[in-house]
Design a binder for this molecule. Structure first.
Ligand code: CDP
Length: 223
């Protein structure tokens, strides 16, 4: 395939599979706009919880979503989601958000609210002279950008992933979130056909990044 002047890199995978660290490294190495879509689902969940809503009250969630003003703020190489002009803080990593985010993220209306927004982010990258976008999440290569230039699916043994989270000082319901994310009807977490599947259980970060970087370099025109 011919090199592309602006590339889209999709990285999907479960919790602590290595998405964030590799996305950030690739963003820096290739000057790609970094998009952490998990933080978007977390920020919207935090906002809905703040409004006192529960994921099983779908009409109320839908009404609240219609009233949210979503925007984008650049922070270095990262595209941050703003809600009502404000970027969410540490509350998106709270225990409550962690426990609730997969329930809210399973709602088709919430996913629909973020679909067009996410598809608009390459335009932001182009406008700010990035060479492309690296977007991490659960459904980027399957639903948001099925025609992305590079699609990766990272996975690792759950015991190793729990060890990584504990090493970050975090308690996380990894298996429970994986179960909900993989079994939901709307955009389930899955390795899309044609994506490069990488097992990160025993690989070093450098090895994982090197494999991805080689594929990305082949798609980019020389700097
Ligand atoms: O903490 P971790 O990196 O595992 O998760 P995250 O990327 O912050 O995403 C938090 C949650 O958001 C996931 O468990 C999914 O329920 C949801 N999510 C999603 O449904 N689709 C995405 N593209 C990204 C995240």
């Amino acid at each position: 395939m011919a090199p592309s002047p602006f590339i889209i890199v999709a990285i999907d995978g479960g919790a602590a599979s290595g998405k964030s660290s590799s996305s950030r490294t690739l963003s820096e190495r290739f000057h790609l706009l970094h998009v952490d879509t998990g933080s978007y689902y977390r920020a919207i969940t935090a906002e809905l919880l703040r409004l006192g809503l529960r994921a099983d009250d779908r009409p109320a969630v839908q009404a609240a979503l219609a009233g949210l003003q979503l925007g984008t703020r650049l922070n270095g190489r990262s595209a941050e989601l703003t809600i009502g002009g404000r970027v969410a803080g540490d509350e998106i990593r709270s225990r409550e958000v962690n426990d609730q985010v997969s329930h809210f993220a399973a709602l088709p209306e919430l996913r629909a609210a973020l679909l067009a927004y996410q598809r608009g982010l390459p335009a932001v990258g182009r406008q700010h002279q990035f060479r492309g976008v690296v977007m991490e999440g659960r459904d980027i290569g399957s639903v948001i950008f099925p025609d992305a230039d590079c699609r990766f699916f990272l996975h690792a043994d759950p015991v190793e992933r729990e060890r990584r989270r504990a090493g970050q000082g975090l308690q996380d319901q990894i298996r429970e979130r994986d179960r909900i994310d993989s079994s939901r009807q709307a955009s389930p977490l899955t390795c899309p056909a044609g994506a490069t599947s990488i097992d990160t259980t025993l690989a070093t970060r450098e090895e994982v990044v090197a494999q991805m970087a080689a594929a990305i370099a082949a798609r980019l025109p020389p700097a």
